[in-house]
Design a protein around this ligand. Structure first.
Ligand code: EPZ
Length: 428
C-alpha cells in the first residue's frame, strides 16, 4: 500500500491549480442515467471515487468515453456518458459499499425505468449516515419501497408523481437524489429545507441544460416541474471548494503564500472570513484566490461546522491541524457527523494538544508539531495529517494513502511544485 513521506518545515510558495469538485462530479455523472442522449462533463477530477462510479454506471449500461487533460495546466478530464439503454437497475453491494454516493442512482433509475434495487450503503468511518430521507422522499413521490436483504427495492410502474417533500434534516445527498428523480415526475415537486451547497446548484444547472425545469437551487426551497424526457448537454464541473480550502490551510500552516488558480472565492467565503480573523490573508484575484500568512503565528479561532454557507464539515479536520499550531485555544464543534474526530489521536501523536468533549474539540496551540508515522481513516482526516506533516519538524509518514486518492488529485505533485518536500512511497 502506498505511503506518503513528508519532511516538514518549508513554507509553501507558488501556484496550485484547483480541480473540478468531486462531490459535484459524482451526482453529475449519475444524472446521465436520466437520458438516452450523451452528457458531456468537463473538468472532471481524476480520482479513485470517479473511477468507482464509472464501474457502477457501466454495469447499469452506460458507455463512458474519456478524453485527457484539457490543457497542459489543467488537470482533470472530460467524460462523455451515454445511457441509451439501461441494462440493469440493480446497484450491487460490492460497488455501493465502496462509495456511499452510489446511492444517488436510486432516484434517476426509478424515475427513468420505474424500478431500482440499490444496496444500502451501511455506516462508514465518519458516522452511521442513514439514507432514510432519500427513501421517505421517494415514497412521497409515489414509489413503493421495501428494504429487503440489505437492498432498497423501489418501484413506481406508473411513474413518479410530484409532491411536497419536507426534509427534517438538511441533506446534500437526499436533495440531489430527489431533485434528479423529480425532473421526470408527473407534475410539480417542492423540496423544503433543501441543502444549499454549490454542488446542488451545479447539478441543477446541468439538469436544466438537459431540459429539466428546476427553480430555486441554492435556496432552501427548490421547485421542480417534471418533464417527459431529458436530453443530452455539455457541462463544466464547478471548482472544488474543499480542495481550495485545504490548500488555503496548507499555505497558512506553513507560513507560506499560494495562488489557487481556478478557485472561486464565493464558494469558500465562510472559511476565508474565519481565517482572516486568525491572521491569514485570503483575497480574490482575477484567476482565483491568493492566500498568504507571513506575519508570525496564527490566532486560535472557534469554528462550528454547518451546512452551506456555513463552515464545511469537509474542512473540519484540516482546520484542526491548522489550529494545533496557532496561538491560544480554538474550540472546533462538529454538528454534521457524529464520529468525525478520528484524526484527533493521530494529530496528538504529532504533538498536538486536543481534547474531545462530545461533539467539540478543544485545541490548544503548541509551539511546533513533530513528524511521526500516522494513519488515517477517511479522506479529510488523511489530508489533515498531510497539512500537519508539512508544518511539523522532521519526517512524517502517512499510511493508507488510498483515502487521499479518493478526493485529492495529484496532491503530492501539487504540493511539491510549491516547495514541499513530499513524496509517495510505493510498495512493490
Ligand atoms: C455529502 O455527503 C458529501 N458527499 C460529504 O463529503 C459531506 O461531508 C456531506 O455531504 C456534508 O456536507 C458527497 O457529496 C458525495 P448529507 P452526504 O446527506 O450527502 C444525515 C467528503 O469528505 N442524514 O448532507 O452523504 C447524515 O447522517 C464527503 O467528500 C440522515 O440522517 O451527506 C448527516 O448527519 C464525506 N438521513 C447529515 O444528514 C439521510 O437520509 C448530512 O448528511 C441522509 C443524511
Amino acid at each position: 500500500m502506498d505511503r506518503i513521506r513528508i519532511r516538514g518545515g518549508k513554507p509553501l510558495s507558488g501556484t496550485i491549480p484547483i480541480g473540478g469538485a468531486k462531490n459535484a462530479a459524482l451526482p453529475l455523472m449519475i444524472a446521465a442515467l436520466l437520458t438516452d442522449e450523451t452528457l458531456t462533463l468537463r473538468h472532471v477530477p481524476v480520482l479513485a471515487d470517479i473511477t468507482t462510479l464509472q464501474h457502477l454506471l457501466v454495469q447499469h449500461g452506460c458507455t463512458i468515453t474519456l478524453t485527457g487533460a484539457e490543457s497542459a495546466h489543467e488537470h482533470g478530464h472530460a467524460l462523455q456518458l451515454n445511457a441509451r439503454r439501461i441494462v440493469s437497475t440493480t446497484a450491487p453491494y460490492d460497488l455501493v459499499r465502496r462509495m456511499r454516493a452510489s446511492v444517488l442512482v436510486l432516484g434517476p433509475l426509478l424515475a427513468r425505468c420505474g424500478e431500482a434495487r440499490v444496496s444500502l450503503p451501511g455506516g462508514c468511518a465518519i458516522g452511521t449516515r442513514p439514507v432514510d430521507l432519500h427513501v421517505k422522499g421517494l415514497e412521497r413521490l409515489g414509489a413503493k419501497i421495501d428494504l429487503r436483504g440489505g437492498y432498497i427495492e423501489a418501484s413506481a410502474p406508473q411513474g413518479l408523481k410530484g409532491a411536497e417533500i419536507n426534509f427534517t434534516t438538511v441533506s446534500v445527498g437526499a436533495t440531489e437524489n430527489l431533485m434528479m428523480a423529480a425532473t421526470l415526475a408527473d407534475g410539480q415537486t417542492t423540496l423544503v429545507n433543501a441543502a444549499r451547497e454549490p454542488e446542488i446548484v451545479d447539478l441543477a444547472v446541468c439538469l436544466n441544460a438537459m431540459g429539466a425545469k428546476i427553480e430555486g437551487a441554492g435556496n432552501d426551497r427548490i421547485t421542480i416541474t417534471g418533464v417527459k424526457k431529458l436530453h443530452g448537454a455539455e457541462h463544466t464541473v464547478v471548482p472544488d471548494r474543499i480542495e481550495t480550502g485545504t490548500y488555503i490551510m496548507a499555505a497558512a500552516i506553513t507560513g507560506g503564500e499560494l495562488d489557487l488558480v481556478g478557485a472561486r472565492y464565493d464558494l469558500v467565503s465562510a472559511v476565508a472570513v474565519g481565517l482572516q480573523s486568525a491572521g491569514v490573508a485570503v483575497t480574490e484575484t482575477a484567476k482565483g484566490i491568493h492566500v498568504r500568512r507571513s506575519n508570525g503565528r496564527l490566532n486560535g479561532i472557534d469554528v462550528m461546522t454547518e451546512p452551506f454557507p456555513g463552515f464545511p464539515t469537509d474542512l473540519q479536520a484540516q482546520m484542526m491541524a491548522l489550529m494545533s499550531t496557532a496561538d491560544g485555544a480554538a474550540m472546533i464543534t462538529e454538528t454534521i457527523f457524529e464520529n468525525r474526530f478520528m484524526h484527533v489521536p493521530e494529530l496528538c501523536r504529532m504533538g498536538a494538544n486536543i481534547n474531545v468533549h462530545g461533539s467539540s474539540a478543544m485545541v490548544r496551540g503548541v509551539a511546533h508539531l513533530n513528524g511521526a508515522e500516522v494513519m488515517a481513516t477517511d479522506l479529510r482526516a488523511s489530508v489533515s495529517l498531510v497539512l500537519a506533516g508539512l508544518a511539523a519538524e522532521g519526517e512524517t509518514i502517512i499510511n493508507r494513502v488510498y483515502h487521499l486518492d479518493r478526493g485529492y488529485e495529484r496532491v503530492e505533485e501539487k504540493l511539491a511544485a510549491c516547495g514541499a518536500e513530499i513524496e509517495r512511497l510505493t510498495d512493490d
